[in-house]
Design a protein around this ligand. Sequence first.
Ligand SMILES: Nc1ncnc2c1ncn2[C@@H]1O[C@H](COP(=O)(O)OP(=O)(O)O)[C@@H](O)[C@H]1O
Ligand SMILES: [Mg+2]
Length: 331
Amino acid sequence: MLEKKLLTLLENIIDPTCQKDILSAGLIKKLILEKGVAHYILEIQPQHKEIASSLETQIKTKLIQHSDIQSVKGITTLQSKPKTQTKEKITLPSVKKIIAVASGKGGVGKSTVAVNIACTLAEKGFKVGIIDLDIYGPSLHLLLGIDAKPALKNNKIVPIEKYGMHCISMGFMMDKDIPVIWRGPMVQSAVKQLFQDVLWPDLDFLIADLPPGTGDVQLTLAQSIPLTGAIIVTTPQDLALADAMKGLEMFKKMNVPILGLVENMSHFECPHCHESLDIFGKTSYLRSQVNVMGKIPLEIGINQSQKAGTPAVLQNSHIKNIFDTICTPLV
Ligand SMILES: Nc1ncnc2c1ncn2[C@@H]1O[C@H](COP(=O)(O)OP(=O)(O)O)[C@@H](O)[C@H]1O
Ligand SMILES: [Mg+2]
């Protein structure tokens, strides 16, 4: 309590670099009283070290006036402000719209949807990039049948071009058989590098395929990348939907606009009688809260085209029509 009172003695001392008092400016890191001796720690940015001695004198003069204080001992440290890296937005002036494709769960078809959206936009004549941010299980190289390693130019990574899209994935750089353990700060810098250290050409769209869930990749992306919005992919099962909602809420909280929901494996069309079956039920409760951009059936051709390394929209006119609808509000 007494120390709090002592602090008020310092509240009229002004930090000349910002014109705030030294308490609000955060320069006093500690003030304690021990057997009549006041100990304080004053922290100053290295570039302002010339203000130290004047502040030290003022602090001592103020403190010594208090009847409980016989002497004052102080330490002045020169400390750089920690860089608030995570909050710094990366600017990508050559890219017009960056769209994240996210999901609560893995295996719901996020990468399939991301690749087919990107390919549909490229087919319409837009300049499109696609970035696989699923650093835990990249799949873009498989989905597009890419076996090459990207080249370097002026210390930047040159995206690989396939089907008219500019593609980047950690999968192009990693050894496929060696598992990688990613920790928080590594994830942050990997995600930023995939955006920053790439020689992106002028792009109308950059589609980002995310890992499932609401982890470090999503957080870094929402904090550091100027996202146009996020598309949430889900299957209609209750559990997948519940997880999709979590992802959706996370983006909302981080002020990333939700562009809508893509329901994948939404139904099955019988190839014989053409009856449509809602195998997993309907997604009524989510539908009321989010705009559904499109529903993609469970279709063997989608899986086959993935195995062939070709986006389904290039092979199947039915799927192409569905993705045309999904992409309409994006352009
Ligand atoms: N609508 C669909 N019909 C049939 N198979 C699909 C469909 N969507 C995705 N798949 C298959 O499901 C598997 C998982 O899809 P993927 O896009 O890799 O999911 P995620 O990126 O969410 O983990 C892949 O083998 C893919 O070919
Ligand atoms: Mg994936």
